[in-house]
Ligand binder design. Sequence first.
Ligand code: ADP
Ligand code: MG
Length: 254
Amino acid sequence: MNKIVEVSSVTKEYGETNSNFYALKDVSLDINQGEFVGIMGPSGSGKTTLLNIMSTIDRATQGKVLIDNENIDKFKDENLARFRRDTIGFVFQAFNLLDNMTVRDNIALPLTLNNVKHKIILQKIGELTKLLGIANQLDKYPYELSGGQKQRVAICRALITSPKVIFADEPTGALDSKSSSEVLECFKNINKTLGTTIIMVTHDANAASYCDRVMFLKDGKLHGRLDSSGDKKELFKKVLNMLAVIGGTENELL
Ligand code: ADP
Ligand code: MG
């Protein structure tokens, strides 16, 4: 299996010399191309810190991260920006759409910035919005959409550059359970259809049950993993059990 993300002995330290705090301690993990991976753990356990370091947003204090076999520390700013644009897509809890632009223009933005031809952009938008069930929303503005639709627009925008990997931090955190399920079905669908690797931080056991594999963090350290047998209900139960073991029920994690 090709590895798309390799994290080796990553430590993240915050604070001045006298009050050192380790948000991550010696974390190592590999993610294979095409996997749909969940990262769970109590609030403050280091999930966002890990995701940000894996996705080039933040840098480790110690250790190494390879994305698609490239050591991201070696990139100078301009090259890092290009690498990020070509290889990675981001999805956030708060959607981060531009309010004064239509759905179409929001999705097109990364390619407009890349100077891609208009016709090609429109063709790609057509394919992706069909796949995500928002093809009839293109002329609308974000305020006219439900939360679930907004997040699907954000996913289309993340996919428009055909990234190898999508990093999503609590993508269903602001959604009701019906919209959450729609978004998670979309993730599953693009993971299967396009082969895009998805790495998703979530505190929601239902969201985690869509994954092929779930990794757990506690106090900045990896604390076990679960692999899906393909049975979503079974994984859901195992996730709940694991959350009970690492300190807290699902609700306590909010
Ligand atoms: P999670 O996403 O699991 O809730 P985070 O990765 O956001 O956790 O944070 C892990 C720990 O690191 C927390 O204790 C948090 O307060 C701390 N932390 C995060 N970012 C910073 C920062 N910029 N400066 C200092 N401490 C931070
Ligand atoms: Mg977080």
